[in-house]
Structure formats: structure tokens, C-alpha cells
Design a protein around this ligand. Structure first.
Ligand SMILES: [Zn+2]
Length: 308
């Protein structure tokens, strides 16, 4: 994968091929974006043609995670052993590429001891080594380490970039196409895509507002709820109502936001916010979900009629 990312606006603007440095830190609030760009850059460096062609032996080894000159550290918490693994390899010669590439994803998870170990190799760079790190939290990286890194801030991807990334991610079985017209970050899109329950929650909330006209509709609505996991329902409900209040179409489909605004005046929606908060709290203290929802919808309708 990662054949097309070089055509993205973000990557083109980075101009990384000029004056190769020995250490890079890619950072932004979007973890997936940082990691996609960092891995693509690593692949480009190792590719026989330096274009991340996807076809040469080096690219094939990269894709199979078997490239002898590539070390990727990607764990939730980077352990001292992982850094030792890097340090042991620092003074060896590259095997098939011109450079050895060390990629440390999510560097904010490296503890201070390991960062200090790493610092030595950053202070005395070996010309055959290139370090590529990513982080969402630059404040979690020691100042001494930060000062040794070429810091590259990644801007928010434009729609064209998002499509390119989506196509590339698709090759790894991650389908984010549903969220392309939203304002979610790549990290959020990937999390949502792997959460099959999320779409069910959205569908159920749409059903509620489609059917909800009078209190007589409530029993039928409550009976029609079809959700295997209800734990995040009120959280999404609240977020959707907030989007409706702000006429914000970035996160949710336009028809969902529109149907809510068509049925409830903004004033009633505002008055519903504490009611939803209350529903959320009740669910946390194990009150029956259907009872809470029944109550919430009844009180929302009450607010609506009080607004008239
Ligand atoms: Zn290649």
C-alpha cells in the first residue's frame, strides 16, 4: 500500500526529497495522518527508485515488513527494550538500501529513560541512519530530544488528500469512505469505521426523529430501537443535537441534522441538552435504557410545546 500518497497535497508541500536530514518528527493532532505520512516517507527512502513505486524488491519488502534496513517501533507504549533494539542496530551498515530507516510511531509513549537513551544517537548522528518519529503530543517529548529533531507540522488534509488516503487505506481493508464528507480526523474516521455499532446508533437516532411527532409515538419508537450496544447512545445523541443546534453538517449526514431541526425549534433543543445529560447520567447508574429514552423523548416534546 501507500503508492498514491505521494500525490497528496500535504506530501507534495513537504518537499522532503530536498536536503535529507537525519531525523524527522511528523506531528499534528491526527495520529493516523502522522503515521501514514511517516511510513510513506520511510517507504520512499527505501524504494529502489525513491518514489515508493510499490513494485521494486525494496517496496515489496517494505509491504511485507521484511525490509532488512527498516525498523518500525509501533506499540501503545514503547519499552526500553524497543529502544535497545534500535541502539543495537545503529552502528551496523545498511544491508540493501543506502540508509537504515528507524520509524518510531506515536513517540509520546516513550518514557523518559528511553528518550534519554535515544538522545545519544540523535546527538551523534550516523550518516547511514535516518530517524522518523511521529507524535500527537509534542509536550510529551523531552526538550533535549525535540531540539535534535526536524519538526514537521502536518496540516489538515484537504478533500482530495482524504480521498487519496481513503483509497490507500482501502487496500489494507479499512474503509473510511462513509466519512469522507465529514470533518472527522483520519483517526476518528478509522475508529468509527471499525465500530459497526456507530452506524446503528445513527440509524436509530434518525428513526426516532422521523417518527417522533406526539407523545403517542413514543411507545412505538422505543419498541423499534434495535441496538446491540447502547452504552454510547446518549453520548452520540447529545453530539448530534449539538450539531443540529449549530446547523453543523460536518460530522453527521445533512438529512439527520435537517430532520431534527424540522421537528424541534432551536430553543427546545437547547432546553433538551440538560435532559440528555441527565439521561446519560442515569444510564451510567444502570437505570433501564428504554425507561430513560421514553422519559427523555417525553420531556423533549414537552419542551417543544412549551416553546410554542
Ligand atoms: Zn519501489
Amino acid at each position: 500500500m501507500f503508492e498514491k500518497i505521494g500525490n497528496s497535497t500535504i506530501y507534495k508541500n513537504l518537499n522532503l526529497s530536498k536536503n535529507l536530514m537525519h531525523s524527522y518528527l511528523f506531528y499534528s493532532s491526527d495520529r493516523e495522518l502522522n503515521n501514514i505520512i511517516a511510513l510513506f516517507f520511510a517507504k520512499t527512502l527505501l524504494c529502489d527508485k525513491h518514489i515508493s513505486c510499490g513494485e521494486c524488491p525494496a517496496c515489496r519488502q517494505f509491504d511485507a515488513h521484511t525490509h532488512p534496513d527498516l525498523t518500525i517501533i509501533n506499540q501503545d507504549t514503547v519499552k526500553v527494550e524497543d529502544i535497545s533494539k534500535i541502539i543495537n542496530k545503529l552502528n551496523t551498515k545498511p544491508i540493501s538500501a543506502e540508509k537504515k530507516v528507524f520509524v518510531i510511531l506515536n513517540a509520546e509513549t516513550i518514557n523518559e529513560i528511553s528518550q534519554n537513551k535515544l538522545l545519544k544517537s540523535l546527538e551523534e548522528p550516523n550518516p547511514s541512519n535516518i530517524f522518523i518519529m511521529t507524535t500527537t503530543k509534542t509536550d510529551k517529548i523531552l526538550n533535549t530530544v525535540m531540539s535534535r529533531l526536524n519538526k514537521i507540522y502536518l496540516p489538515y488534509p484537504d478533500n482530495n488528500d482524504k480521498k487519496i488516503f481513503a483509497n490507500e487505506l482501502n487496500k489494507t481493508g479499512i474503509d473510511i469512505s462513509k466519512y469522507l464528507d465529514t470533518n472527522f480526523s483520519l483517526t476518528e474516521m478509522i475508529n468509527l469505521s471499525s465500530n459497526t455499532n456507530y452506524q446503528a446508533i445513527i440509524d436509530n437516532i434518525y428513526m426516532i426523529f422521523e417518527k417522533l411527532n406526539t407523545t403517542a409515538d413514543i411507545p412505538n419508537i422505543v419498541n423499534s430501537i434495535n441496538l446491540s450496544d447502547k452504552s454510547t447512545f446518549f453520548m452520540h445523541f447529545q453530539d448530534i443535537i449539538l450539531s443540529a443546534i449549530k446547523d453543523d453538517y460536518k460530522k453527521y449526514a445533512r438529512n439527520l441534522i435537517d430532520i431534527i431541526n424540522a421537528k424541534f425549534p432551536k430553543k427546545a433543543l437547547l432546553k433538551s441538552l440538560p435532559l440528555i445529560e441527565d439521561a446519560y447520567k442515569k444510564q451510567s447508574s444502570n437505570v433501564n435504557f428504554f425507561y430513560i429514552l421514553d422519559n427523555l423523548l417525553f420531556n423533549m416534546l414537552k419542551e417543544k410545546f412549551l416553546c410554542k
